[in-house]
Design a protein around this ligand. Structure first.
Ligand code: COA
Length: 153
């Protein structure tokens, strides 16, 4: 059975703050986000945060920080019970995000991210999405080495 039937992706709003924060704290404790940042990710224009909902429950989200010709993925996370079913793939490629890119920017719009060199699942995921390693940032994330990765769309 396709567990992703009855799903929708939409931009998260301030009304989602409580669910967004609880979801993150429950499943992604190793990546700390302050209360101020949770709020900023839903309200400040430089951030675009999208969530995927299954029967009205949040099952994954992605936070982009966007400027004119590039974006950074600040975090992407999927509920442990919903992994390996294409949730992160759909979030990363959601039309809500790509339709905001100016047409004349397509083909040169860069998406960057940093990922711990030992986060093998995320690394594998990003490689399947066409991201390439640009450089290694030593002792970057909580003292651990991280890859800077990039993809042009
Ligand atoms: C990384 C993460 C977001 C992937 O989410 P997901 O919804 O399971 O990813 P998808 O189902 O879209 O995966 C697409 C492809 O990526 C690769 N992939 C994803 N997870 C993988 C894993 N654990 N091991 C190896 N390859 C993996 C596979 O090739 C997969 O395709 P397949 O299932 O057909 O083989 C998820 O594992 C997660 O939330 N991890 C914890 C949070 C985290 O580390 N975030 C990244 C911060 S930088």
């Amino acid at each position: 059975m396709d567990l992703l039937q009855n799903t929708e992706i939409r931009k998260l709003a301030v009304s989602d703050l409580c669910e967004f924060k609880m979801f993150h704290v429950k499943h992604f404790m190793n990546y700390k986000i302050s209360d101020l940042s949770f709020f900023a990710y839903l309200t400040r224009p430089q951030y675009q945060t999208f969530g995927m909902f299954h029967v009205k429950h949040l099952i994954g989200y992605v936070i982009f920080q966007v400027s004119s010709f590039e974006a950074d993925i600040l975090y992407i996370g999927v509920h442990p019970n919903y992994r390996r079913q294409g949730v992160a793939t759909r979030l990363l490629n959601c039309k809500c995000f790509t339709c905001n890119i100016p047409e004349n920017g397509l083909g040169q719009f860069k998406i960057f991210l940093e990922v711990e060199t030992e986060n093998f699942s995320a690394l594998s995921f990003y490689k399947t999405q066409g991201f390439e390693i640009v450089s290694v940032r030593k002792k970057y994330l909580k003292g651990k080495d991280a890859y800077l990765m990039c993809k042009t769309i």
